[in-house]
Design a protein around this ligand. Structure first.
Ligand SMILES: [Zn+2]
Length: 367
């Protein structure tokens, strides 16, 4: 028997093995179950204060579940028959953003996933050399979705494209150092359309099984290697220079910005109204109320697809500023912060898409 303090100490180590992750999962699940049994006994109101009642146990359990899912992905061969349920289990822990409103219902609904994770103890460990665990260049690929044939070839091609793209870079001169370690081909475990992501604590890369050899998909993968470089390798003084550059782009975009106030009859292609489908016509200004630009809240009446709405004159300026800011960066997403900006620029450079003046700035700072 391991003592509780021992469990905790092992659990807080950065890279728990699958056995330790399993132990933590069992312990936290038992604690949560016990708390729930107690709450039911006391007849707690399920609609009120459950965060207060279950908060600690729930958070510990979610963290343990996420860790276990990642360690299973790293070490175990997932049986084909269990693939779908495992994918669901992965999402339970990796996509959760808030406490479920109904903890009892949530536990019942996901019990099958918990049982499957417990059952994974009997799954065989992965062995290298087959289709499930193999190398692409210096990378170790975990084919956790059991791809074969054309699907497998496509994923291999995408990862190969990332390796080639990074090897083809001449700046930063040591960028090839990012090419090591584990890349996991996974099902849709996280929310949204994310095609690839990097876990900085565990230094692991995840790539969605839907990834293809298309230019954008390869670029998204290279972007994630950019995070590894930024977090683990990038020179501090160059990072500072890049941050300054980021601020310059951010602050400089508005300097020469000249916004014309629209007139009646003008189209506003950048203005979007909800509920009009994918490709609505451009809104048109049908009336101007007041005198725009005098700080007294002049309004534009706009019409689109038979509907009318109003927009204030200061919103026109604000939106123009935002647009110009996004356009000042290599991609809109680069405006997020200097790290994302770096990853975007790097991935564009690696796929031959970084344009001036960004190209020269990137070379100046990282060359
Ligand atoms: Zn990113």
């Amino acid at each position: 028997m391991r003592k509780a303090s021992h469990v905790l100490r092992l659990f807080t180590e950065r890279r728990a093995s699958v056995d330790v992750a399993m132990l933590a999962f069992r312990v936290t699940l038992a604690a949560l179950d016990e708390k729930v049994a107690f709450a039911k006994l006391k007849d707690f109101d399920t609609k009120f204060g459950l965060g207060y009642v279950f908060g600690n146990q729930f958070n510990a359990f979610i963290e343990a579940g996420g860790r276990l899912v990642r360690e299973i992905l790293a070490e175990k061969e997932i049986p084909a028959r269990s693939g779908k349920v495992f994918e669901m289990a992965g999402r339970v822990f990796m996509s959760i953003r808030a406490w479920p409103r109904d903890v009892y219902g949530w536990l019942d609904k996901n019990r099958r996933s918990f049982d499957l994770l417990l059952e994974s103890e009997s799954w065989p460990n992965k062995t290298a050399g087959g289709d499930l665990l193999f190398s692409v260049g210096p990378l170790t690929i975990h084919n956790t979705v059991g791809f074969t044939g054309a699907d497998l070839a496509s994923v291999k091609g995408a990862v190969g494209g990332m390796v080639r793209g990074i090897k083809g870079l001449d700046v930063p001169s040591d960028i090839e150092r990012v090419l090591y370690g584990d890349v996991f081909i996974v099902a849709r475990l996280s929310q949204g359309k994310t095609m690839a992501w990097y876990n900085p604590d565990e230094d692991r890369l995840y790539v969605r099984s839907a990834i293809s050899t298309g230019e954008d998909d390869v670029r998204f993968g290279i972007h994630e290697f950019g995070h590894r470089y930024w977090r683990r390798m990038a020179d501090t003084s160059r990072k500072r220079d890049w941050q300054r550059h980021h601020w310059d782009v951010e602050g400089g975009h508005g300097r020469h910005l000249h916004v014309e106030y629209p007139k009646v009859g003008d189209e506003l292609p950048w203005l979007r109204f909800t509920g009009l489908g994918r490709n609505p016509p451009n809104p048109v200004v049908v009336a101007v109320i007041g005198t725009p630009g005098h700080g007294v809240g002049a309004k534009y009446v706009v019409e689109v697809a038979g509907k009318r709405g109003t927009i204030r004159d200061d919103s026109i300026i604000e939106m123009a500023m935002k647009r110009s800011k996004r356009e000042a960066f290599p991609t809109p997403y680069s405006a997020t912060d200097e790290e994302e900006h770096f990853c975007e620029a790097l991935s564009l450079l690696a796929t031959g898409q970084l344009r001036e003046p960004h190209l020269s700035e990137f070379r100046r700072i990282w060359g």
